[in-house]
Design a protein around this ligand. Sequence first.
Ligand code: FE2
Ligand code: FE2
Length: 295
Amino acid sequence: MSPRMKHWTIEQIAWNRFDPSKVEPEVVPLVKAAAMVERNGDDYALYLKSVFRDDPDFARAADNWAVEEVRHGDALGRWASLADPAFDYVACFARYRAGYRIDVKADASRRGSRTGELIARCIVETGTSSYYTALGEASEEPVLREVCRLIAADEYRHFKLFYDHMKRYLEREKLSFPRRLRVALGRVGETEDDELAFAFHCSNDGPGVAYEHDRCLAGYMGRAMGFYRFRHIERGMGMIFKAVGLEPRGRIADVAAKGAWRLLCWRRDKYRAALARELAANSNQPGAEAAARAA
Ligand SMILES: [Fe+2]
Ligand SMILES: [Fe+2]
């Protein structure tokens, strides 16, 4: 077994330590939504293998990576099913997959180059690594803490994996710094597209509820952004700087982290206000009171 494949399994998690009295109701919808996106990793691996079809080393790495992402989805899905026994992980994911399609037969990266694709992957892994760290640290439920700690460690390793392959392609493709930066910023901006918002819809809305991007995005972000602390953004900024070829621990990275933190606080408050309005308008929704209080 290669060092990249050693690893934890779902069965190793101490599920019997699950403590329902420590579950924060606001975390449950987030874990459900995250399970959808993670579980979709195998389709993303098909896309990656199609883009990198003449690179068997990378194809193998993408397969191992997908096994780990799917495991993240399964672990989060199982936790969410303990926290809310009415949650049907398999049915919700089937709904997500049916509505959110990845082009698994792409001939070229949608980022314009292979280096760009790998930089975008680094950004995604930076985001997940920071997010699970923040969520795990903020949660008091012991099993969720363990799951988040295991996943966050994987996401950081994924960052390093894509970073190493990116360096290899950068030598060949010589993608300029402005282009690398543009891909990175573009991918950060995509966080507000459909991937997460639709995952929130499929895992939290009842079957008769229509998908509305803004409502679902506020439902997700209004809850998720509250878990971040400056240290998570600072560390994430260092990783983004590294991915685009800048010094990760310098004065510019500090300034960028402070700016990103201010931006996050502003977005968080905006989403929270939207979420509070939504919950006030529909006060039968589970968690309405707690979310309105948090907002
Ligand atoms: Fe993951
Ligand atoms: Fe990952």
